[in-house]
Design a protein around this ligand. Structure first.
Ligand SMILES: *[C@@H]1O[C@H](CO)[C@@H](O)[C@H](O)[C@H]1NC(C)=O
Ligand SMILES: *[C@@H]1O[C@H](CO)[C@@H](O)[C@H](O)[C@H]1NC(C)=O
Ligand SMILES: *[C@@H]1O[C@H](CO)[C@@H](O)[C@H](O)[C@H]1NC(C)=O
Ligand SMILES: *[C@@H]1O[C@H](CO)[C@@H](O)[C@H](O)[C@H]1NC(C)=O
Length: 331
């Protein structure tokens, strides 16, 4: 378990850096240009913009070191299409599931998805008329609970018992009791986006594009970030990430932590190459750009892992220490 956590943390730091290996100069300095979006990585072409990508792993035995091999994953990709206007407003074009190479629209007015990042196989969707849950048997969305709010964003705690929704009125609610009960979070004021990390800290920003995190200790501002002039996007952190989330501010990427600190990633995008969505799990990363979805495999060697651990101490989940696994570095 320790090993997997570390692998995942490795990938997170590599998240926006993840790329096909090449000796290209731009690649080396972490600059992403149009070249990054090569036709050979395209797995889906849409008619509209792709505004959300969320991965679900249907292999319940995920939490084992073997799953660093993506063949052990049973991946389902959810994505949301919309027409995005100049002012940022969206016209819904549906929520899709992409499975075994086949895309199926499962909600006409679905706007966001949230999938378990742990050993549960649950996924929920937020739509114009409330909450839905993914049914893998029928590959469709079933209504979940009694909530009928118009939902624009959704995330969940890791086992799927607690769901957070952002409504069109830009209020945030915590939803419990199988979708029957909702409670407004008064301290998260009119956010434009919400994302939860693995420890249930909530990252958000409002109209002024200033990033905040809500933890058990209250809401605090994230320090060390530049003032945003253009687009800000918080990405759902990959599975088993402990306390942070990747974000894009204009064309630069950062990781923000629940303690309010942030670090800059080396990855930068030329303004035409900014992804519209991304999702990552273990050793595979999906980017959406210009109405297409791209898939990149990220090879993780144990040498990379060792090199990484020398540079960055990370907190590992479990105390079970397998021989030959990573040293126990404590943050
Ligand atoms: C993937 O998950 C689906 C749904 O649970 C299941 O039907 C299928 O057999 C799984 N595939 C593999 C390769 O495990
Ligand atoms: C998932 O893992 C948690 C602990 O990490 C455990 O409490 C729970 O029972 C597990 N659930 C399943 C379905 O294996
Ligand atoms: C905040 O957390 C990050 C990641 O755990 C750590 O690297 C950093 O040193 C912490 N910063 C402070 C001020 O505690
Ligand atoms: C990022 O955007 C800024 C402002 O638009 C621009 O000056 C800068 O060159 C961009 N960086 C890259 C790597 O394209």
């Amino acid at each position: 378990m320790r090993l997997l956590t570390c692998f995942t943390a490795l990938l997170l730091v590599g998240l926006l850096v993840a790329a096909p290996t090449s000796n290209d100069e731009e690649d080396k300095i972490g600059l992403r240009t149009q070249k990054f979006y090569h036709e050979k990585f395209v797995i889906y072409k849409a008619e509209h913009d792709i505004v959300n990508l969320v991965l679900l792993n249907l292999n319940e035995n995920l939490i084992s070191p073997e799953t660093k091999d993506r063949d052990c994953l049973n991946l389902t990709l959810f994505f949301v299409e919309a027409d995005v206007h100049q002012d940022g407003s969206r016209v819904d074009q549906g929520l899709y599931v992409l499975k075994e190479g086949k895309a199926t629209k499962i909600l006409d007015y679905g706007r966001d998805a949230a999938a378990s990042r742990h050993n549960s196989t649950k996924a929920f969707f937020g739509a114009k008329d409330g909450l839905y849950v993914y049914n893998p048997e029928t590959n469709s969305a079933d209504k979940y609970g009694t909530i009928t709010d118009s939902i624009i964003a959704i995330d969940m705690e890791r086992f799927g018992k607690v769901i957070y929704i952002l409504t069109e009125d830009r209020d945030v609610y915590k939803v419990t009791d199988n979708g029957e009960k909702k409670e407004k979070l008064e301290d998260v004021v009119k956010p434009k986006q919400i994302v939860l990390d693995y420890q249930n800290n909530l990252y958000f920003f409002s109209d002024d594009k200033v990033l905040y995190v809500r933890t058990a200790d209250g809401v605090k501002k994230i320090e060390g970030l530049p003032e945003a002039t253009g687009i800000v996007t918080i990405f759902k952190p990959p599975m088993i990430r402990e306390n942070g989330a990747p974000i894009l501010i204009d064309n630069e990427s950062y990781f923000v932590y629940s303690n309010g600190s942030s670090i800059a990633s080396t990855t930068k995008f030329d303004p035409k190459s900014i992804p519209t969505a991304l999702a990552e799990m273990i050793s595979v990363v999906y980017f959406a750009h210009d109405k297409k979805i791209y898939e990149y495999n990220v090879p993780i060697s144990s040498k990379d892992l060792d090199d990484f651990l020398k540079k960055i101490p990370i907190k590992c989940e479990s105390d079970s220490h397998t021989k030959g696994s990573v040293p126990s570095s404590k943050v």
